[in-house]
Design a protein around this ligand. Sequence first.
Ligand code: CAA
Length: 383
Amino acid sequence: MLKGWPETDELKKMLLEQVSSFARAEIATKAKELDETARFPTEIVKKLGEMGLMGMMVPEQWGGAGMDAVSYAMAMEEVSAACASTGVIMSVNNSLVCAPLLAFGTDAQKAKYLVALAGGEKLGCFALSEPGYGSDPAGLKCHAAKVEGGYKINGTKNWITNGREADYCILFATLDASLRHKGICAFVVDTKLKGYQVAKLEHKLGICASSTAQLFFDDVFVPDECLLGKEGQGLKVALNTLDGGRIGIASQALGIARCALDASKQFALEREQFGAPIAKLQAIQFFIADMATRLQGARLLTWCAARNKDLGLGYTKEAAMAKLAAAEAAMWIATKAIQVHGGYGYTKDYVVERNFRDAKITEIYEGTSEIQRLVIASQELAG
Ligand code: CAA
């Protein structure tokens, strides 16, 4: 059990070894089958919960493992190097569900929802995006009408990771869309409530073993005690949450990139052309050198953002830089990994083909690379 480990460098190393050996033995071995069959890895997610990895940064008092963000980034990289689908399931539950409950929830909400989510007994999803509102969530249209004792929710949410399996949903809806972000509220919603519907499941290019759902909210009655934070504070809850989420996705991208680099090194040492392993060719050596350098640069940015979070410093810009750098590194490294493999890399027999498909989403979800650049530029120019 990893729960309750104090934070020292020595113990971080032990955590890393434990997560890494679990990921290699129990996750990597199933990743190909999970990808090909688009099967949700129920048994792996259960084990991640038992290991304390589904609510890593939640204090033990609320059912979590009480670890820091750097440890979370390291564990996310290990899990995602084995299976990027499992990585995003873990990231959403940790960063987008447990984190806002911890930051904005009342003690009653923490007792009712967070303990089970952080302990891995329950799973969560985060429903912000809509068919017409992805990069611009301030304009969202899902409507929360104030009624006796609570709110009636009506609307559609898109691209919801874990939407099919989630027990609880962090939902964003507006009291009045004309108020833009000042009308938005966050709620914690039980997905068993009448009117919560999984309307559609997406067939995706990558991260095939995680579900991506369109959700309908059809007159869902949500009691007053499910309001998370204050009325009108919802966009702040969402954007603050996404700052932490971007550290998780950056770490997922690092894992994908590392898997592609490791596979490329192994292939280059084994594959012979012109009478010698292709690792002897300077062209291949330059690929490997650039892949390793981009990976390490992105990793340092990610750990820097996580460290800022742990120290209570601002990390909005740092998390955006980390996600931008890691996502673009993952895509670049996966592309070069296929090049190193030649025709073999274009087939499903080699892991780099999956890495290439999985890497792409990291440039899109939890804020596209273009949105990360906007966040970075606005902070830089604000002085
Ligand atoms: N933390 C907390 N509050 C913040 C914030 C932050 N990082 N950034 C801005 N805010 C607040 C502002 O202070 C402001 O509030 P006040 O008026 O009360 O001061 C309010 O939010 C609006 O600020 P802006 O006018 O600067 O925001 P904007 O509407 O121009 O949007 C944006 C800025 C960067 C474009 C932002 O909307 C954004 O990040 N968009 C991308 C959204 C995104 O990542 N979506 C992914 C959804 S999750 C997902 O991918 C699904 C999944 O399951 C994985």
